[in-house]
Design a protein around this ligand. Structure first.
Ligand code: HEC
Length: 361
């Protein structure tokens, strides 16, 4: 990317837009011959790849989609969510800016046509022998980034009572690091028992508990796991660092004890990354003025980079009434380039990581 890239973030607040993208989802010619499509042969592989990570016993979705028996009653709802591209959650605009993201779990047009044709054909099971082997999932105690070298938990286990108001607050933990370390991956993770009551856990690195200058480290929220940094990049975590955990807990009808932790993976001894990575909320805009009765207001804000940078990931962020957010680069020669737009949904917090740093044209 060229030097001193400025970015402009557009956040518009309101409620309606969600359905617009949906209409284009299934082109008429792509529907498969209905009679051919079966659960075991065509649909189950799609569920395994794109749905079961959340739709299984004990995960975050309301129902399991592991078997035909579990899936059949949801056939119509599945078609509706898939055709409107609300499931699997993935809100990046497919017609604007950078495409081809790592870990993109959205379905392609052909997969959507397959699911739709299956439902239209009466959701047939098909031949059990066609079914792929059941997908196995690592248990929740496992870290997405692999076993970290260093784990820092919140200071004490925290009990979220069966009934109670939502709880937001901060915990501060001594990292225990006695020397500076470069890290190549980081993950913030609720404990197994705490998992259903942790709505978000945001970690920051600070010099002392009351240091406001600290830096964002990582976030756990629905839809997000760990961050493994691109090869050759890393972050420095200083000796004596205090980790601040900003938590949001919500009761679920039974007492749950949580002990959220953050895990760090170190660079191999003696190695340092070529590039320093940073994660930061850019161009924050706290001064949103929404005239009464308006449902579509645009706000712009800016951030100027003083050095050459490469953007490795983009996480849109708005609150409940947010509708859409875009990130645009303004180059030193005045040229602009829209990098990405997201149709916002407060239910999901997803980082999109680019495979390439420029859009494929
Ligand atoms: C990242 C996690 C995640 C993935 C991946 C995911 N879902 Fe969901 N799904 C959820 C959650 C959580 C809900 C309930 C909240 C909501 O509707 O947003 C849900 C709701 C649904 C519903 C609505 C259920 C109802 O009560 O009406 C359907 C249907 C659905 N998902 C189907 C799918 C299908 C099909 C896929 C894959 C193609 C998929 N989901 C992938 C998490 C996920």
């Amino acid at each position: 990317m060229k030097s001193s890239v400025g970015t402009r973030l557009f956040g518009s607040l309101g409620v309606v837009v969600l359905a617009v993208l949906a209409l284009a989802a299934v082109a008429p010619g792509t529907a498969l011959a209905q009679s051919d499509v079966t659960f075991t042969k065509d649909v189950l592989p799609i569920l395994q790849d794109s749905c079961q990570t959340c739709h299984r016993e004990g995960a975050i979705a309301p129902m399991s989609l592991m078997t035909y028996e579990e899936t059949r009653p949801w056939a119509r709802a599945i078609r509706e969510k898939v055709v409107t591209r609300t499931m699997p959650p993935w809100y990046i605009d497919k017609n604007i800016g950078v495409q081809g993201f790592k870990y993109d779990r959205s379905l392609n047009d052909e997969q959507i046509a397959t699911v739709s044709a299956w439902v239209d054909a009466g959701a047939p099971r098909g031949n059990p022998a066609d079914a792929p082997p059941e997908r196995e999932f690592a248990d929740r105690d496992q870290w997405h980034i692999g076993e970290p070298d260093w784990i820092v938990p919140i200071p004490e286990p925290f009990v979220v009572p069966a009934e109670g108001a939502n709880w937001w607050g901060d915990f501060y933990a001594d990292s225990g690091l006695t020397e500076d370390v470069w890290i190549s991956a980081v993950e913030t993770k609720p404990s197994s028992e705490g998992f259903p009551v942790v709505h978000h856990a945001v970690t920051r690195v600070q010099e002392t508990p009351d240091d406001d200058e600290g830096d964002f480290l990582n976030e756990y929220a629905q839809g997000k796991n760990g961050d493994i940094f691109p090869p050759g990049t890393g972050r420095l975590v200083k000796a004596g660092t205090v980790i601040r955990f900003n938590m949001h807990y919500a009761s679920i009808g039974e007492d749950r004890t949580d002990r959220t932790s953050v895990g760090l993976t170190f660079y191999p001894e003696g190695e340092t990354p070529k590039h320093e990575l940073f994660s930061r909320a850019l161009a924050q805009n706290y001064d949103l003025d929404i005239p009464p009765g308006e449902d579509n207001v645009r706000h712009d804000s800016y951030h100027k980079f003083e050095n050459n940078v490469r953007l490795t990931g983009f996480q849109p962020h708005l609150h409940n009434r947010g509708k859409r957010q875009c990130i645009e680069a303004i180059y030193p020669d005045g040229q602009t380039e829209m990098l990405s737009c997201a149709t916002w949904d407060f239910g999901w917090h997803i980082v999109t990581c680019s495979r390439c740093c420029r859009p494929a044209r």
